[in-house]
Design a protein around this ligand. Structure first.
Ligand code: GCW
Length: 688
């Protein structure tokens, strides 16, 4: 069950539509997305014995999905709709749901709202048709909930078809061409709509020669994707190269202040909108890791971003300009350069200079998607700029979809973090536009984790990360464990599994704490980056980046470990935070344990807030982490014969690899620090 055309149904198996599909449903309203809603309802009803209507006769109904202006509704629904809509406009994507007298009503002002309302009903399952529901309004916290595909059109010699992709090839591109598997693209759009994602960029932020041409000569390929995704409310964006006027336009320069360059972007952008009227905008990685940018012309990032923003403005488009800018040719001997400082140093001084259709997109932490980082200080430093927070759903640094690592608890910590102190605005507020900055926030963006793998995400349980990302972008206040429950209910409907309670219990046992488990057996206390350069960031290599140009070091010696980022004696990075965090991170005694080595270089005998020493903490967490993985693997075995055997087998195989790899992490990290420090494990366990 759950398979259609060889592709896993993820969180939309037919059985998840049973409660809806067995009802008498009326869909009222016009527009492409209302048609989508009706198609969904019709399909569900065909499969489960219900009835789908678009015209209000005098037949009885169980569920009404209606646009407010769609004309008269049958009697009980009409009163309910009035009650549901009473609190004023529902917004471009919002909806209200109410139930009384055996009728459930979903009301929206705009077609997209009806689509999200439909999937809300699917999520509620049988509960949508039980008892009474007082009218409740739903609207997304973030206007833009975006996924960035790091998909290449051509296979890149080092990075492959999808940069940092762990789920096979791209669903959009293959070996230099568009795949044209539009059924798959539509299925993807449907999954995205069902978790709330409404924007994607379709190519890698590292824009190579072939990909550059998506903007001009190969725009048709992008238009085709936009057509396939439009019925699900997903708008398409494009990563562009800043050098486009040179490499595509044949101009001698891409200087953002050059009138010919501006004219080139204006013309190119006009042509994009002629082809794709609802095109979302551009994503740009500039002056970062070798990508071209305004620095070449002595201009800054505001000049660069504003150039593209000016071209997009007449059409309502936005430019997502990434703040991931740092010196990737550092000298490890130079102790004054600190990669963590870079984004703030480059961008904070530019606050106020960006046009209002520029979104500055900052990775959630100051370095690079490590399993544990403090929140990026950029997010608290640009009150006059629209800011988007960038997450990495693809598990580059969190087990590469070989390991179970449910990331929603990490994202939730970031989103609910209050940069100005407890009780103040949160990171989610900043992104949503309800914080101190502009009222139109930049929203969330995240690197996608899907590919042409039959399970979409390689590791079937990694589907939960994609689902949870969308849900947290819609409502960052959601409890990540409750989101996991939603995902379990949808993905493993009770009717499709042998023992629903065991399935739920096992998935929670395996997934709830998996991010912290991953953290335990990998790099300790926020130090990060002890990953293997040779194996593309998979598996341990404690000194792999220690003498590299990338600027990611741990500075372990015989006495201690960690990066001194204090103002007093270190790089001064703590000074990029507002109070109270600036002081909390500066202070050795107040700094949270999990970030200690991110901010401080300490002796191995330093006593943590937990009461343990740093060295003992390293040993304990690494032993504990491996034990937890072994338990996860044990528990998973109990689902054999209970769930879809293909899902069971794929996860079982990956848990074997996770355990192997976790043991390798444990032994390399423990041995490394034992050899450096000479301090034995107080519990006398085997360290090699
Ligand atoms: O995490 C790093 C990755 C690069 C990526 C870069 C970025 C697309 O290792 O593969 O490049 O971040 O975010 O731009």
């Amino acid at each position: 069950t759950g398979h259609g055309g060889g592709v896993h149904a993820a969180w939309l198996p037919p059985e998840a539509f049973a409660p809806l599909g067995s009802r008498r449903v009326l869909v009222r309203g016009d527009g492409m997305l209302v048609d989508t809603v009706f198609d969904e309802v019709e399909r569900a009803c065909a499969g489960h014995g219900g009835r789908a209507d678009r015209t209000a006769g005098d037949r009885e109904v169980d569920l009404v999905l209606a646009l407010r202006d769609a004309g008269p509704l049958p009697a009980p629904a009409a009163a309910l709709a009035r009650a549901a809509g009473a609190g004023g406009p529902l917004g471009a994507e919002g909806f209200a749901l109410a139930r009384a007298e055996g009728v459930t009503v979903v009301l929206a002002d705009a077609p997209a709202g009806l689509l999200y309302g439909l999937f809300h009903v699917v999520r509620l399952g049988a509960a949508a048709f039980e008892g009474d529901h007082p009218a409740r309004r739903h609207a997304p916290a973030m206007a833009r909930r975006m996924l960035d595909h790091w998909d290449n059109v051509d296979v890149h010699p080092v990075m492959g078809q999808v940069e940092r992709g762990y789920a096979g090839g791209s669903i959009f591109w293959r070996a230099g061409a568009a795949r044209r598997d539009l059924d798959r693209v539509r299925a993807y759009g449907r999954l995205l709509a069902a978790c709330g994602v409404n924007a994607i960029s379709v190519n890698n932020v590292n824009v190579h020669a072939t990909e550059a041409r998506l903007l001009t000569g190969r725009l048709g390929d992008v238009a085709e994707l936009a057509d396939a995704l439009r019925p699900y409310g997903v708008r398409v964006h494009l990563s562009v190269t800043f050098a486009a006027p040179v490499v595509l336009g044949g101009l001698p320069t891409a200087d953002p202040l050059d009138p010919a360059v501006r004219a080139w972007w204006a013309a190119a952008t006009r042509q994009v909108y002629e082809r794709i009227p609802d095109f979302g905008g551009y994503v740009v990685k500039a002056d970062s890791e070798g990508q071209p940018g305004p620095f070449t012309y002595g201009r800054d990032h505001a000049d660069g971003a504003n150039l593209l923003a000016e071209a997009l403005a007449p059409f309502g488009g936005v430019v997502h300009w990434r703040a991931f800018v740092y010196n990737h040719r550092q000298d490890w001997r130079d102790r004054s350069t600190d990669r963590a400082r870079a984004a703030y140093d480059h961008f904070a001084p530019l606050d106020g200079r960006f046009r209002d259709n520029v979104v500055v997109q900052a990775k959630f932490g100051p370095i690079d998607f490590q399993p544990r980082e403090p929140v990026s200080p950029v997010l608290a430093a640009m009150p006059a700029t629209r800011l988007a927070v960038e997450f990495q759903v693809t598990q580059e640094y969190t087990g590469q979809q070989q390991h179970v690592c449910y990331l929603a608890p990490c994202w939730s910590e970031v989103l609910t973090f209050a940069p100005w102190g407890p009780g103040g605005p949160t990171v989610a507020d900043v992104a949503a536009g309800s914080g101190p900055g502009p009222a139109t926030g930049g929203g969330l963006a995240a690197v996608a984790n899907v590919g042409d793998d039959p399970f979409w995400t390689g590791h079937p349980l990694a589907q939960a990360n994609l689902y949870a990302y969308g849900r947290l972008a819609w409502d960052p206040g959601l409890d990540p464990i409750a989101v996991l429950d939603e995902w379990i209910d949808l993905t493993f409907p009770a009717s499709t599994v042998g023992d629903p309670a065991l399935v739920r219990e096992t998935l929670h046992a395996v997934m709830d704490d998996s991010w912290r488990t991953y953290e335990r057996y990998t790099a300790p206390l926020g130090v990060g980056f002890m990953v293997s350069p040779a194996r593309h960031h998979y598996g341990p290599d404690v000194d792999g980046y220690e003498y590299s140009r990338w600027g990611t070091y741990h500075f372990a010696d015989r006495d201690g470990v960690g990066v001194d980022r204090t103002r007093a004696t270190g790089t001064g990075f703590t000074g990029q935070y507002p109070q109270p965090w600036s002081q909390v991170y500066e202070s050795l005694s107040d700094c949270p344990d999990e970030l200690l080595l991110f901010f401080h270089h300490v002796p191995y005998g330093h006593v943590l807030r937990s009461g343990s020493t740093v060295i003992q903490h390293i040993y304990d967490t690494h032993f504990a982490g491996v034990q937890q993985v072994a338990q996860m693997r044990q528990r998973w075995r109990r689902l054999a014969g209970v769930i879809d055997p293909a899902v069971h087998a794929r996860v079982a195989e990956r848990l074997d690899e996770q355990l192997r790899c976790a043991i390798e992490w444990r032994d390399q990290v423990n041995t490394y620090f034992f050899r450096k420090s000479g301090v034995p494990d107080v519990r006398g366990r085997a360290i090699h």
